[in-house]
Design a protein around this ligand. Structure first.
Ligand code: GUN
Ligand code: ZN
Length: 438
């Protein structure tokens, strides 16, 4: 069986399509595996010995390393990449002092184009092939990101930020929020691999009228996601309680405007009352857990024990620029440390699940990416378990679980040897000419 656009990849394959907490057989591993890709989609996957006869004549590339699904970053801000490592403040002051001034520059389309291209290259260098991304309040910031994503064939979901109570120069209105969002959905949703998320920044930067508009637009576009922040930092939570004294809790503010449903993705959820967890579970809404950001802004540690007790859907996000790394590997290692700080143990296979299929499920793209299953798009990463001398020492002769955990604790972009998008090499660390897709 050969065809004009069919090729195979041989190497060690690992994926975790389901949460290993729920399914002990969730880990799929072939120490000598074959991945067969036709027109960018996986058509077969299994042990090389079982598939070699059927696909023996397909051109095959050997990929030395550990092949895992491309990472899915469930919450990240592209306009903040150049404000990463901004010193000195927790959330509300950090926004005022560092972030809002930086986001104002995205009124300039050329600036947005430059940053969007640099941002997507940085995702690829870190093995991230899909992401749910905050842009800015400016519609053209979304155009810039989607255009650059389309050129790289990446699976990116984004939307114009709604923030009519934002600072001067960064505030829209309920009317422009509606018109801008509607126009962007018409222009971009489902074009190539792109998707749209209705994106109110958080409860404090939108008027009641704008939150209502967000709910109405969402109801009119059931294909879109809802993407916002929730219960991240103590002072923010206090301010929300002061402004909305009648709401049962922070989540209830969003609920009152129709923003809580199965397609809602809330970043953080560090400080959630049990009532919020029960409502999240009942609605099917999910949390993008962002441990790097939570540490950097002094927000706290996500409560994995509570989330698991309520059966919450969770994924992992870097939250750059409050997060200080683009690496989903490193973010998985930080999730382990955040969990342990509250007495919970995050298994490395579950951490890999959260960074791939778990985040994909949160973003409602788990049928397309995240598990290296036949029928899915061929986005994958080749990990180098000997990327640094220390990693090489720690992983030599180690079990699969130990190698994976060492990659999460010690790994970063150096451990990403190659990133493949739909069966094409998009980043090769060993190739001096850099990404092949342009
Ligand atoms: N809450 C509202 N806006 C932001 C933001 O840009 N970053 C983070 N981490 N939290 C927010
Ligand atoms: Zn964020």
């Amino acid at each position: 069986m050969t065809g004009p656009d069919i090729r195979a990849f041989r190497g060690e394959l690992l994926s975790v399509p389901r949460d290993p907490r729920d399914d002990r057989d969730a880990v799929r591993h072939e120490s000598d595996g074959l991945l067969v890709v036709e027109h960018g989609v996986i058509v077969a996957r299994g042990p090389y010995g079982e598939l070699a006869e059927r696909f023996g004549r397909v051109p095959t590339t050997d990929l030395p390393g550990l092949i895992v699904p491309g990472f899915v970053d469930a919450h990240v801000h592209y306009p903040q990449m150049d404000r990463i490592a901004a010193h000195g403040e927790q959330l509300l002051d950090w926004l005022d002092r560092h972030i809002f001034p930086a986001e104002m520059a995205f009124a300039d389309r050329a600036h947005a184009d430059r940053v969007a291209n640099a941002f997507l290259d940085e995702l690829l260098r870190h093995g991230t092939t899909s992401a749910l991304v905050f842009a800015t309040v400016h519609a053209q910031s979304v155009d810039a990101l989607f255009e650059a994503s389309l050129a790289r064939q990446m699976r990116i979901i984004s939307g114009k930020v709604l923030m009519d109570l934002g600072p001067a120069g960064l505030a829209d209105t309920p009317q422009s929020a509606r018109a801008g969002t509607e126009a962007l959905i018409a222009r971009w949703h489902a074009r190539g691999r792109l998707g749209y998320a209705v994106t109110p920044r958080f409860a404090l930067t939108s008027s009641d009228e704008q939150l209502m508009v967000a709910g109405q637009v969402l109801a009119a576009h059931p294909e879109a996601l809802l993407h916002t922040h929730l219960a991240e930092n103590r002072r923010e939570i206090q301010a929300v309680a002061q402004r909305f004294p009648d709401a049962a809790d922070y989540l209830d503010v969003y609920d009152r405007f129709g923003l809580v449903g199965a397609r809602s993705v809330f970043a953080h959820g560090v400080h959630l009352p049990d009532r919020s967890c029960a409502r999240l579970a009942q609605s099917g809404a999910g949390i993008a857990v962002c441990p790097s950001s939570n540490l950097f802004l002094g927000s706290g540690f996500f409560d994995f024990g509570q989330a698991d007790a309520f059966g919450l859907r969770i994924g992992l996000g870097t939250d750059v620029g409050a997060g200080t790394t683009f690496s989903m590997l490193h973010t998985a290692g930080l999730a382990y440390q955040a969990a342990l700080a509250r007495g919970d143990r995050l298994d490395p296979f579950r951490a890999l699940y959260l960074a791939t299929a778990g985040s994909a499920a949160l973003l409602h793209v788990a049928d397309r990416v995240g598990a290296l299953e036949p029928g899915q798009e061929a986005d994958f990463v080749v990990l180098d378990t000997a990327a640094t001398p220390l990693l090489a020492r720690r992983t030599a002769g180690a079990t699969l679980a130990d190698r994976l955990f060492a990659l999460q604790i010690l790994g970063d972009d150096r451990a990403i040897r190659q990133t493949w998008i739909m069966g094409r090499c998009a980043w090769d660390r060993t190739c001096p000419t850099g990404p092949a897709i342009r």
